[in-house]
Design a protein around this ligand. Sequence first.
Ligand SMILES: [Zn+2]
Ligand SMILES: [Zn+2]
Length: 258
Amino acid sequence: MITDTHAHLYYPELKTNLSEILLRAEDEGIERIIVPAVDLNTSREVIDMSEKNDMIYCALGVHPCDVKDNKLSVFDELEKLLGHEKVVAIGETGLDYYWDKTNSEDQKEFFRKQIDIAKSYKLPIVIHTRDSIDDAVNIIKENYDEDLSGQFHCFSGDERQLNQILELDNFYVSYCGNITYKNYAGTEVILRTPVDRLLSETDSPFLPPVPYRGKKNEPSYIVNTLKKISEIKNMEYDVLLKNVSQNCEKLFWDNIIK
Ligand SMILES: [Zn+2]
Ligand SMILES: [Zn+2]
């Protein structure tokens, strides 16, 4: 049983073919897909999708790149949606200094706010980092307690940054399809990632794995990324799948009391 923990299925290029995409995912053994929102509108849309499709679950939040278009009061409305039975996480949140660093203080404020919400609802957080891992890890550390758990999605850090995350119980990392590209430089970091701290994701429609480069990524392609991880770690594919599935279950489903 495979979970794609990160697929933006509401983007037009995926949404228009949703039923075929979900069928192809099922054919590849994917049972659940977590769709992370990026703002209030997409949060509502994700809930709607989850009500129409058994395999879809929701992460609700404001993406760091969408902070510029939002005020903190957006969370008054967003919190009203968190009681929905298919909400399994807060996010995606985090920090993105690649596209815009000028509002980094606002991004931090939104990140801290979503950490607070995650704690009070006892939900894990889905963390986006781009050129910002050290700041994101520091903010997690400052706010860390036993109720906080989460995923550093599309992890691109080095071994030092990985080790900092591994010091935090209940935090996991996941890798996207770019690990299959020839110029990928993080193989050693994947090798050093313990299998009990690893999750599975696609980040659809972005970063499709080989041999789908140039296409829109979709959940069924997760198999190619997971096979690459099993090769790098010299671990049987089925053993990797079993471990990663247990981690997904533990982080997103075990602790939810509804
Ligand atoms: Zn992201
Ligand atoms: Zn994302």
